[in-house]
Design a protein around this ligand. Sequence first.
Ligand code: UT7
Length: 333
Amino acid sequence: MIRTRLVGTGRCVPERVKTNDDIARRVDTSDEWIRTRTGIRKRHVLGEHETTSDMAVEAARQACASAGIAPADIECIVLATTTPDMPMPSCAIMTQHKLGIRGPAFDVGAACAGFTYGTTVVDGLIRGGLYRRVLFIGAEALSKFMDWDDRTTCILFGDGAGAVVAVADEQDVPASDPRARGILSSHLDGDGRFWADLNIPAGGTALPPSVETVTEGKHYLRMNGRVIFSQAVRNLSDACEQALRKVELSPDEVELVIPHQANLRIIDAVARRTRIPQDKFVVNLDEYGNTSAASIPIALDEAVRAGRVDEGTLLLHCGLGAGLTWGAVVVRW
Ligand code: UT7
């Protein structure tokens, strides 16, 4: 049977940093409030002329280098984002162009669950036999859609990109066998009834850009934080349990969890509900804030480079975002 293995990782964040104190100079908040309610200390934000694909290209180059695969040997690019350089063409094709390569490239849009959804798409492409080497990137620049006068959202988000190289691997053992390596299972879900609780109202067909949409700030991200918070805790825990159950693995066997980095309190609550010890959760939101579809691959790359991931390590990653969309993926490295 063909299984999808992840063989290289990379990441890129912008040089420019906005600290909590920088934000507190503009809106009524404080470093203390932001740290205690979210765990975030700072975030990296793109400069005026930098784009999402600029970060994607750097993360992709690093992932290819660590996989020992030349970008030209990549057969397909999948890129998870809701903040492409422009409405069309896709951020994936812009990234492909900047990498100087050719071939199919497309975006997956599932907001902060983009990396989790996209991993499942990539796994399907590889296990279906369509491609053997796929470059998969999560890249996001929500700073460009922030209302920097809205203290309920502007404290949370940052920009960045993370990438993995996924390859086909022939294996003849079931997923529950410790010798099985790669993506072992995934569980995705969604509930569109919550679309109004986290969105960017204007800029699409419902509300095309106009002088009014800009004047009224409708091109900015809006969020009902409390609703998203409670949905995140419940649905992420449930997705982790379901993904593990599919391959008859128990939470005790998980060695590392790479959760979407939205709020430290959400991560702590998911640890409690899934009964996976907190020290197995990778946390880096203090440095980057919530980088949406990029948060999991950035944290994965950091964990790999820090030596927290070895051959055979059992990983779980999970994400939830606008939609709502959510899911979890089980991987043995
Ligand atoms: O990536 C997926 C999408 N995003 C998320 O997963 C985020 C989910 N939500 C959250 O992380 C949290 O809901 C927030 C961090 C956004 C807010 O934290 P909270 O503990 O849920 O605060 P709250 O919305 O219940 O607000 C509590 C109080 C309010 O004041 P009153 O009504 O009690 O007087 C807010 O006005 O805190 C106030 N507040 C702030 N105060 C200082 C809200 N934002 C701020 C702020 N600084 N930045």
